[in-house]
Design a protein around this ligand. Structure first.
Ligand code: ATP
Ligand code: MG
Length: 396
């Protein structure tokens, strides 16, 4: 699939922008703080309904927006049809401000949620959950190179972002699951303080294990694909020296032979066995919010023993495998967004990423250093200059 047109109005530092895109390679270059990442953020919004880095929708509304509304609009050419997606973001007055209810930045407490954004797909109003899955993007930013040596939280976010885009029901489960974890943690503390009976946990345990079973199932499927694909990529990038394995480390003990019904029973038992400890600590100790991924090369754990280069290769291999996973799950090529990553890679990894990029349907990439990019990219790309929220065809 590819984005054929992107229209922005009062989005971040873009007052008005109207870009005609298409399949192929699009290069956005400019100095720091000109709006390159903002542009990719807008594209990613069209796919997920949420920002990949804003904690709050109102952050994206242009400071000077006369009506306090930002708009992002896109036309997406898919294998079978065309989508017209419109998103309007409102900057409510501070008194009305509320947290967003996205799966990536859930409110700590469930308060009243006021309209913060409106979404339309082909002219029909939709909820975020209905938008998700229609358009797929894979974003690759320098921070992704820390997939292996970063925190478990980042690795879970990586899984969730991809899975939420492909399976709306994963996204729904994740939202419910996080709510249950918050409520359950609060309840555990109340039980610890003798304000509530332990049997009050039964209902939330059931909720937690039901949602957990779906999340674990989908994560397992995705990781199996990542493992298969990334193994090949790592071997190629290392000249055949490195055998990578991407391993799921769920916090519940998981057995893939269990049916989903059996899995839920087993998770309940595991919860029961740690109940005392959970009450004592006042936190949920088991479940997908404690899952992790492990990267092993030639039998050695990369987090502990990997060299920086090996960790980066594994991160790159895993990110590129995400593309393959999306393609296999949706039957269409996701749009690849590369935010200033080439400058972070050495020659071997750079060449490898380059090969992938050149054969991809649509790639939007940003850079501050046009000359530092591989010549194969600058020769093929349509190049734009980004300057203070204005995008112009580059004369380079
Ligand atoms: N809501 C907003 N309204 C207006 N301007 C904003 C808003 N949010 C962010 N900005 C401005 O957007 C500018 C550029 O952001 P962006 O992150 O896209 O830069 P960039 O070109 O990617 O820079 P770098 O090369 O450093 O990554 C920042 O200077 C920031 O002040
Ligand atoms: Mg940037």
């Amino acid at each position: 699939m590819h984005l054929s047109r992107l229209i922005l109005s009062e989005f971040r530092n873009y007052q008005q922008a109207d870009l005609t895109l298409g399949s192929g390679l699009f290069l956005f270059c400019g100095e720091n703080a000109q709006g390159k990442t903002n542009l990719l953020e807008a594209v990613s919004m069209l796919a997920t309904g949420n920002s990949f880095h804003a904690s709050n929708d109102r952050e994206m509304v242009g400071w000077q927006a006369p009506d306090h509304i930002a708009r992002v609009e896109g036309y997406v050419q898919r294998r079978e049809d065309t989508l017209h997606i419109e998103i309007a973001l409102f900057d409510p007055t501070p008194a009305l401000a509320t947290t967003t209810s996205t799966p990536f930045s859930l409110p700590e407490t469930s308060g009243t949620v006021l309209p913060r954004k409106r979404i339309k797909v082909n002219g029909i109003p939709r909820r975020v959950m209905e938008l998700i899955g229609q358009m797929n993007v894979v974003l690759f930013a320098p921070a992704d190179l820390h997939l292996v040596d970063g925190s478990p939280d980042e690795r879970r976010r990586f899984l969730d972002r991809a899975l939420c885009q492909i399976h709306p029901r994963y996204c729904q489960s994740l939202v419910k699951y996080r709510k249950v974890v918050t409520q359950r943690s609060a309840l555990l503390k109340r039980i610890r303080d003798n304000l509530e009976e332990p049997r009050m946990l039964d209902y939330l345990d059931e909720q937690l294990t039901t949602q957990a079973s779906l999340l674990i199932y989908e994560r397992r499927q995705m990781i199996a694909t990542l493992d298969r694909e990334a193994r090949v990529l790592q071997a190629t990038m290392s000249g055949g020296r490195e055998q990578l394995a991407v391993i799921y480390r769920p916090s519940f003990t998981v057995d893939e032979r269990w049916t989903s019904f059996e899995a839920i029973q087993h998770y309940r038992e595991q919860l029961n066995s740690v109940r005392k400890r959970e009450i004592l600590q006042g936190v949920c100790l088991l479940g997908p919010h404690r899952d992790d991924l492990e990267f092993v090369v030639n039998g050695v754990n990369l987090l502990t023993y990997g060299s920086r280069g090996q960790q980066r290769t594994a991160a790159l291999a895993t990110k590129l495998s995400e593309l393959a996973y999306m393609r296999a799950s949706t039957g269409d090529e996701p749009i690849l967004l590369l935010d200033d990553v080439f400058s972070e890679l050495d020659r071997v990894r750079r060449d490898y990423l380059l090969q992938q990029v050149l054969r991809h349907e649509q790639v939007l990439l940003t850079t501050t250093e046009l000359h530092a990019l591989p010549a194969a990219i600058t020769a093929q790309a349509r190049t734009y200059q980004v300057n203070e929220g204005h995008v112009q065809v580059s004369t380079y």
